[in-house]
Design a protein around this ligand. Sequence first.
Ligand SMILES: *Cc1c(COP(=O)(O)O)cnc(C)c1O
Length: 395
Amino acid sequence: MIPSVLPTYNRAPLQFVKGEGTWLIEADGRRFLDLGAGIAVNALGHAHPALVEALTTQAQALWHVSNLYEIPQQQALADKLVDNTFADTVFFTNSGTEACELAVKMARKYFYEKGQPERIEILTFDGSFHGRSSAGIAAAGSEKMTKGFGPTMPGFVHLTFGDLDGVTNAITDKTAAIMIEPVQGEGGIRPVPDAEMKALRQICDEHGLLLILDEVQCGVGRTGKLFAYEWAGITPDIMMVAKGIGGGFPLGAVLATEDAASGMTAGTHGSTYGGNPLGCAVGCVVMDHVADAEFLAEVNRKSSLLRQKLEGLVADHPEVFESVRGSGLMLGLKCVAVNIDVVNAGYDNQVITVPAADNVIRLLPPLTLTDDDIAEAVARLDKAAAQVETQLATA
Ligand SMILES: *Cc1c(COP(=O)(O)O)cnc(C)c1O
């Protein structure tokens, strides 16, 4: 008999009932160190007092009001995003894949309004992930995501990650945009080198294409800059944001320049819940913390500390780990052993990591984790690795 919850997930037998900072408490009372943060969502950790305060205060005043009316919390959050990024304008969604939908619509509408309606194609890369909506799966293009779901939305050209010549060769008079994650998340923590980001920007400029960045996972302070594009010294035309921006409340956004957004006039897009008072009240507090230079400096300091300790861990367990990669507090451990076995051994030792493609485990801890948490994380990963070694020896 089918479970009452549609069985689309492989769930671990863990039931968390409470969160405190970097810690999750299981129904049986065990405390787990959370290096997953709900897949880069709980940017300020669990139950951050300022987020609880913002949410409960707003909940007592007003939960929902339609976008038929002005929403001051939405205006405030848009202003913060515009003040701190390349963007001139922001549309709010509830998730990353909804942001992908709008990014695609916006790029196509841009060329339509410029009298080039044939320019609908968006270049994307293998290993990418842009969510599970029809545009999201078409953008990623992998058989794993699209097979069986009927006609895939046309207009995406799938290229090899890291192949710049492939990009230039794929451009035709139908090309509208390049869509890329500055650091692939689901794809296995694969950063795009700064030089390549610069080259992509240049290719877009030369051919009049729009550069769409998917910073749903790598944005909001995750890499040690407010947004990852800053590392390369470039700016996109359109950017997808979600996950960390709501600190755990469902919230996403599309950021754009005035020019890129010029086709999106009244009536061309909408969302019932997108930009609701609850989400935006919380998002404002997240931005106040994360857009702060001292906060970001701490993310970078803790990243170096964690990374250095992880290099030691890899050296101590060559049968389990191959290398450390990533940026800021978006780190990946490329495994020699099967990554799922390492994640499961982590559960046994009460530390949470997240598997990714390319046999990687992801470490995406709350950006607020402490130095003590880092020491504890590495100690627990060390025990987990030793457990995997024992399993390998007795297999
Ligand atoms: C998670 C993710 C998405 C999809 O976000 P949802 O909120 O799950 O729809 C899109 N792009 C990237 C890079 C992601 O990591």
